[in-house]
Write a new protein. Structure first.
Length: 72
């Protein structure tokens, strides 16, 4: 059985836009450690935090929270 691996969307968006954890932390009003925990899947942001991130990134909420597969 093949295991699907889904990349962390927050990490992907930050990388695609050449943004740092510090930048997002400042925009979100949280610490860099919090962002690091989110991007390494150690902690999930709350729904209100996901909504705020979708607004900061100017993307649809579902594009932030729904898993997607990267092209191989």
């Amino acid at each position: 059985m093949e295991v699907k691996v889904y990349p962390n969307r927050i990490r992907v968006i930050l990388a695609e836009r050449s943004l740092t954890n510090r930048w997002l932390a400042d925009k979100m009003g949280v610490t860099e450690i919090t962002i690091s925990r989110w991007t390494t899947n150690k902690v999930q942001p709350s729904m209100s935090q996901f909504i705020k991130m979708s607004q900061i990134f100017n993307i649809d909420l579902k594009d932030l929270v729904e898993p997607y597969e990267m092209d191989s």
